[in-house]
Design a protein. Structure first.
Length: 544
């Protein structure tokens, strides 16, 4: 029996060693498999759909340049990139005059949507003075002097955090790389890698929702009151504002420098997204600007500074129980599989209890999570209801309602809330909720922890300074004659990431009657296990 077990263990160890050798031998093949080998350009916004392989893309005229960029942490960095001019690719596919949107999709399903205006019509620049005033902190504006106009490209080779062409490799090809419209614009989160398909659409893009202030417009406030601005996501949807009466643009001051996805990981959010302090009568004009949608409408908030000392900061005074609730949309019209986030506004704005619950009248049509994220899951009409926990105040929104939606709303409201009962709240998790990884003390994350983990966005170590330096130069001050000769800064430190690879293991039983086929079965199991771990390792290596 002992001899039999020894033979078994010897055979098993031989198989394991063979599998490890084969896995290590074929590991480069796994890495290469992720690279985009074919690019398709399709959609109703082009007249000549094309498919190009890597050899054909390499044979096209190559555009090479260093790019300045900022991510949503925010931190600054260079990007060295070489590839095919996106404008020329779209011309090859016969982009139509009425094209409105461009959607780039990676070979593993992640995507970035941009408007034709922001990607092809608006001028984009490389700012050699990006790191002026602070080398890494993206909330401290650099200098816009010496700006050089650059083209958006699909990079075949690139180097993150570098400005030396010798550092480029094809690890992230095909990689979307684009310039900045302003020296503070955050574009790094849009650098989508492994692009395999481009869809050009004639559908008009939606508008971003307008931002709001934490205190109602027209309020008399004490001198020194701090005004904070917000919008639905506070991520890619950036708030630009002015206090001098002018209309805000992408060159105006930004409020939400750090995206909300990072807030749980930093303890200095208010030091980065600094409130606006009221020292005198103040007029704040603001708008939301972000990728893939048109700018929001400009909204104006006015605040009167009380010089008598009698006014009280309304944010520090309890407003009592809720008196009502409203939703930002009364109707939602979306195809099956799409999502939309509803925003509930409890009145008064400083109510002592802002908690609400969400429910759907028909979860086979639409579901809603506890953050107001609506997911359309099937055909039909549903009513999304938000209810204040205190007071049971209700607001509703119709999902994909027919023309007689108002009658359906009345009917469902009557049926659904008899005896002051509300439909059961779905407990499905939000697709926007991401479990935050536990990090060692002092460690900064370097990968965007949203679904856009195929976009190269890596925050550097940064120190938030008290002063933000001199702000932006006017757009008219940008150079009229562009040159590609620009002084390049030394490469920044390499970004890194901590990734955990784990696998559940199942013990292999040793039986006295074990035959050779069981040995091979065990070897096959281990091979598949190592194959999965190998792929996970490749993912780890790519994100570093």
């Amino acid at each position: 029996m002992q001899v039999s077990n020894r033979k078994y263990l010897w055979s098993l160890s031989t198989v394991v060693l063979s599998v490890i050798f084969l896995a290590s031998f074929f590991m480069p093949t796994f890495a290469l498999a992720e690279t985009s080998e074919v690019l398709e350009i399709t959609g109703d916004g082009i007249s000549n759909p094309v498919t190009l392989n890597l050899a054909e893309l390499n044979a096209m005229k190559q555009y090479e340049h260093v790019y300045s960029t900022i991510n949503t942490w925010p931190s600054k960095r260079w990007y060295m990139a070489k590839g095919v001019n996106l404008r020329e690719l779209l011309a090859l596919a016969g982009i139509k005059d009425d094209a409105k949107q461009i959607k780039l999709i990676s070979n593993d399903g992640y995507d970035v949507s941009l408007t034709v205006k922001e990607l092809l019509e608006d001028k984009r620049y490389y700012f050699p003075g990006l790191k002026d005033n602070h080398p890494t902190d993206g909330s401290v504006p650099g200098s816009s002097e010496g700006a050089v106009q650059v083209e958006p490209i699909l990079a075949l080779v690139s180097a993150e955090g570098r400005d030396n062409p010798d550092d480029m490799n094809d690890r992230d090809a095909l990689l979307l790389v684009m310039g900045q419209r302003a020296v503070t614009e955050q574009t790094n989160n849009l650098f989508l890698k492994y692009v395999s398909r481009i869809e050009v659409l004639t559908t008009a893009p939606e508008k971003w929702d307008s931002p709001k202030a934490n205190i109602p417009s027209g309020t008399v406030v004490p001198v020194g009151t701090e005004i904070t601005l917000s919008n639905k996501s506070n991520n890619e949807d950036k708030i630009y504002y002015t206090t001098d009466g002018s209309t805000p643009t992408v060159n105006s001051p930004m409020f939400n420098w750090s995206a909300s996805r990072w807030w749980p990981l930093r303890d200095d959010v208010e030091g980065v997204n600094q409130p606006i302090e009221v020292e005198k009568d103040t007029v704040i004009k603001m708008k939301t600007i972000g990728p893939g949608k048109e700018d929001s409408e400009v909204v104006t908030f006015t605040f009167t500074a009380d010089l008598t000392g009698k006014a009280v900061d309304p944010t520090k005074v309890p407003g009592g129980p809720p008196t009502g609730v409203t939703l930002d949309r009364s109707t939602i019209d979306r195809p099956v599989g799409s999502t939309f986030k509803l925003e509930a506004n409890v009145a008064p704005f400083n109510a002592t209890d802002q908690d609400v619950s969400w429910s759907s009248s028909d979860t086979s049509v639409a579901t809603v999570d506890n953050h107001g994220l609506v997911t359309v899951v099937g055909p039909g009409t549903a009513i999304i209801t938000v209810t204040t926990v205190v007071g049971n105040h209700i607001a509703t929104s119709v999902v994909n309602g027919p023309d007689e939606g108002e009658n359906i709303l009345d009917e469902l409201t009557t049926v659904g809330f008899q005896n002051e009962q509300t439909p059961e709240t779905p407990v499905e998790p939000s697709v926007l909720e991401v479990e935050q990884p536990e990090l060692e003390e002092g460690v900064k994350p370097d990968v965007d922890i949203t679904s856009s983990d195929r976009m190269l966005e890596t925050p550097d170590e940064l120190l938030v300074t008290e002063g933000r330096g001199q702000y932006l130069a006017e757009k008219d001050d940008l150079v009229n004659e562009f040159t590609t000769d620009a002084a390049l800064e030394q490469p920044s430190s390499q970004a890194w990431e901590v990734t955990q690879i784990s696998a559940d293991t199942v013990p292999l039983p040793l039986q006295e009657t074990q035959n050779l086929m069981d040995v091979y079965a065990a070897g096959t199991f281990l091979f598949l296990l190592l194959l999965g771990a190998g792929k996970r390792y490749v993912e780890y290596a790519k994100e570093r």
